[in-house]
Design a protein around this ligand. Structure first.
Ligand SMILES: *[C@@H]1O[C@H](CO)[C@@H](O)[C@H](O)[C@H]1NC(C)=O
Ligand SMILES: *[C@@H]1O[C@H](CO)[C@@H](O)[C@H](O)[C@H]1NC(C)=O
Ligand SMILES: *[C@@H]1O[C@H](CO)[C@@H](O)[C@H](O)[C@H]1NC(C)=O
Ligand SMILES: *[C@@H]1O[C@H](CO)[C@@H](O)[C@H](O)[C@H]1NC(C)=O
Ligand SMILES: *[C@@H]1O[C@H](CO)[C@@H](O)[C@H](O)[C@H]1NC(C)=O
Ligand SMILES: *[C@@H]1O[C@H](CO)[C@@H](O)[C@H](O)[C@H]1NC(C)=O
Ligand SMILES: *[C@@H]1O[C@H](CO)[C@@H](O)[C@H](O)[C@H]1NC(C)=O
Ligand SMILES: *[C@@H]1O[C@H](CO)[C@@H](O)[C@H](O)[C@H]1NC(C)=O
Ligand SMILES: *[C@@H]1O[C@H](CO)[C@@H](O)[C@H](O)[C@H]1NC(C)=O
Ligand SMILES: *[C@@H]1O[C@H](CO)[C@@H](O)[C@H](O)[C@H]1NC(C)=O
Length: 433
């Protein structure tokens, strides 16, 4: 008996009997998707199909995209995160592509529509298809090749390389990442991350409606070295963040110096925003960087240039409100002025800063005008100026920020192009003419 030949013929049989759509990257209207079958992207990196929540009801299924070929089910995108479908012997959920180029998820044998892509169809297209691209983007493509819908426009809790993080879109603030509720529960959790709708120049991480982390206001840079992860003492992975700003929209995109790493920016259910990479040898996600790290309070700032643990410090001219608590590592009372400000006091330039929150945004002004606006207003305690010129057809958008209240959530950052020079009014400093 030749066992190896028998094994071989079993393998051939298995391959022959696998449903054809299981190895395909497309869904067409004649062939709906049901639990047990998946669509795999060309190259095999991503899969699209039904997955169970890890809760107590295994018949509750979600439709989503996950990394194919890694041992830990890691879902990147979920269609019906608020409404799981029921998979029972009497009722099988189904995803179909309609003749109006919409994906429709239904259960109860088609009687209940749970989710749809909602593409407004101008007419009936017979031959559109849904394709899972190599990038992990699920698109609906009409017969002439136009993309009428894409999952990259509807992020859940994850950004992938090449995906737009929309900051501004036709004058509106872009969308948000929303965390899962728990480790196996894709329903919306309390954390979200996205653009601050009030200013549209900074990003916030919220817990419900409460901000827990804020990025530095955008200075107009186009490419920034977002994170560097040392692999060995001689090699590193670099994550680059590019900002594209044109008259229609502003968005950020990230890329990785070594594309063979599966990388993602995910808002974890714990509330941490993390850059993660999949380590093939240990079969685990490695955290390259995470936020928030550290909070310093009023008139205090977090010095991120001190490694490995950023520390709280008081701004120049300020001292801890309670030295005793400060020395114990409690910074909640913040810092206080050593000497009261007078209207004629001058400004100290602090380079490399993350500007505080709660600023007044003054547009369309020059640096000198921005400085003068602060100088002549006795309640103005600081200002910062940048020219958001990149890619704007109209040739520049001046960004003058003034502070008239407390200085909260500021920091010292590693380097340009992220940081600003913060001009701080300081008691006893002569005003320059
Ligand atoms: C869906 O239900 C069918 C029949 O009950 C079962 O065979 C199948 O394994 C289920 N699929 C999933 C993904 O749970
Ligand atoms: C489109 O689908 C609807 C509902 O399934 C059907 O009634 C209609 O005849 C279809 N139209 C074309 C042009 O195939
Ligand atoms: C749709 O298919 C029908 C028959 O298959 C064909 O007559 C019609 O031209 C097609 N319509 C479009 C918009 O492609
Ligand atoms: C392609 O088809 C879409 C709808 O199917 C239509 O909106 C678009 O104008 C078409 N584009 C071209 C180049 O024909
Ligand atoms: C988020 O907010 C909830 C309710 O306000 C609170 O219980 C929880 O501790 C907060 N979590 C974090 C990480 O801030
Ligand atoms: C890097 O580490 C290796 C051993 O792990 C050592 O031989 C080498 O000298 C180190 N190189 C530098 C630049 O520190
Ligand atoms: C990890 O494994 C995948 C699949 O085998 C491979 O394509 C990729 O290059 C590997 N990545 C690294 C960083 O070794
Ligand atoms: C990946 O895993 C291997 C094996 O556990 C470990 O030696 C290596 O340091 C890990 N790489 C990173 C970048 O964490
Ligand atoms: C100072 O500036 C703030 C913010 O622009 C403004 O609300 C306030 O009225 C100004 N005060 C004076 C005295 O001009
Ligand atoms: C901003 O920069 C652009 C391009 O460098 C320049 O054309 C514009 O005059 C600048 N605007 C201001 C207010 O400095």
């Amino acid at each position: 008996m030749d066992w190896s030949a028998l094994n071989c013929s079993i393998a051939v049989l298995i391959i022959l009997f696998l449903p054809l759509c299981a190895s395909d990257d497309q869904l067409v209207s004649s062939n709906p998707l049901s639990p047990g079958t998946t669509i795999v992207s060309d190259g095999g990196d991503f899969a699209f199909g039904f997955f169970p929540s890890s809760g107590s009801t295994p018949s509750n299924l979600y439709l989503g995209i996950w990394y194919n070929g890694i041992s830990e089910l890691t879902v990147l995108w979920v269609a019906n995160r608020e409404t799981p479908v029921r998979n029972t012997t009497s009722s099988t959920p189904m995803l179909s592509l309609t003749n109006t180029s919409n994906l429709v998820l239904s259960d109860g044998d088609g009687s209940r529509v749970v989710w749809t892509t909602g593409v407004a169809a101008a007419s009936i297209y017979n031959s559109s298809e849904a394709v899972l691209l190599k990038t992990g983007n699920l698109i609906i493509r009409s017969s002439n090749g136009t993309t009428v819908w894409q999952s990259f426009d509807h992020p859940t809790d994850t950004f992938l390389p090449g995906m737009k993080m929309r900051i501004r879109y036709r004058t509106r603030a872009g969308g948000r990442l929303v965390s899962w509720k728990g480790s196996g529960d894709p329903s919306p959790g309390s954390f979200s991350y996205g653009c601050d709708p009030a200013t549209i120049i900074q990003m916030f991480l919220w817990n419900g409606s409460r901000p827990v982390y804020r990025t530095a206001p955008w200075t107009g840079y186009q490419v920034k070295n977002e994170y560097q992860y040392l692999m060995t003492n001689t090699s590193a992975i670099m994550i680059y963040l590019s900002v594209v700003n044109n008259d229609k929209e502003t968005y950020a995109i990230f890329s990785v110096s070594d594309a063979s790493w599966r990388t993602r920016l995910v808002l974890a259910y714990s509330g941490a925003l993390q850059f993660q990479g999949w380590n093939n040898s240990s079969s685990a996600w490695v955290v390259f960087g995470q936020w928030p790290h550290h909070g310093c309070n009023r008139y205090g700032y977090c010095d991120e240039t001190v490694l490995p643990v950023p520390t709280c410090k008081c701004l120049d001219g300020f001292e801890p409100t309670s030295t005793e608590e400060w020395n114990k590592g409690k910074f909640s009372k913040g810092c206080r002025q050593k000497e009261a400000l007078r209207c004629g006091d001058g400004f100290l330039a602090l380079p490399g800063m993350k500007p505080p929150d709660k600023f007044v945004f003054v547009g369309d002004t020059l640096l000198e005008e921005c400085a003068a606006a602060c100088r002549r207003n006795c309640s103005c305690v600081a200002y910062a100026y940048a020219n958001l010129s990149s890619g704007m057809a109209s040739g520049g958008l001046p960004r003058c920020l003034l502070w008239v209240g407390e200085l909260v959530d500021t920091g010292k950052l590693h380097a340009d192009p992220v940081s600003d020079t913060l001009y701080l009014r300081l008691a006893g400093l002569d005003a320059v003419a």
